[in-house]
Write a protein that binds this ligand. Structure first.
Ligand SMILES: [Zn+2]
Ligand SMILES: [Zn+2]
Ligand SMILES: [Zn+2]
Length: 139
């Protein structure tokens, strides 16, 4: 169970206790391998209470472990962050891609870094959402 050790290590570095729910939620998301719909997290948990799950997800976001992707129809997806994200904040340089055919949402790196500048504004974060066909559906 290497993954469990990894999850516990990650929680420790973010100064979070490895509670059963935190570990379970992270194992589900890591196992899913791509951005996971909220519903799927719920379905994968044996028993949980909505409020505790809500708080668990929020603290994982706050500590730079996860990020939330809000889609149309109030659908939320959750994805793991990379090590660039920390308790100090999120540093996302990737795009969220939604495939119109298989409906999968994934975090993808762009070929070129995305630059965005707005006169007189300080941008601390921005989100880019792209839709189209994923590699598998294009074949
Ligand atoms: Zn992040
Ligand atoms: Zn697809
Ligand atoms: Zn992402």
């Amino acid at each position: 169970m290497n993954q469990l050790v990894e999850i516990k290590e990650l929680l420790k570095t973010r100064k979070l206790k490895a509670t059963d729910l935190r570990v379970e939620v992270l194992a589900i998301i890591l196992g899913f391998g791509k951005a996971i719909p909220y519903q799927e997290i719920q379905n994968s948990l044996q028993n949980f209470d909505r409020i505790t799950l809500y708080r668990t997800l929020n603290i994982l976001i706050e500590r730079g472990i996860l990020h939330k992707i809000s889609m149309e129809n109030n659908q939320s997806f959750y994805a793991m962050c990379t090590l660039e994200c920390s308790t100090m904040g999120h540093q996302h340089q990737h795009v969220h891609f939604k495939c119109e055919q298989c409906n999968e949402v994934s975090c993808v790196e762009t070929k070129e870094p995305i630059q965005l500048a707005i006169a007189y504004h300080l941008i601390t974060d921005f989100e880019v959402m792209a839709t189209g066909l994923c590699g598998a559906c294009r074949l």
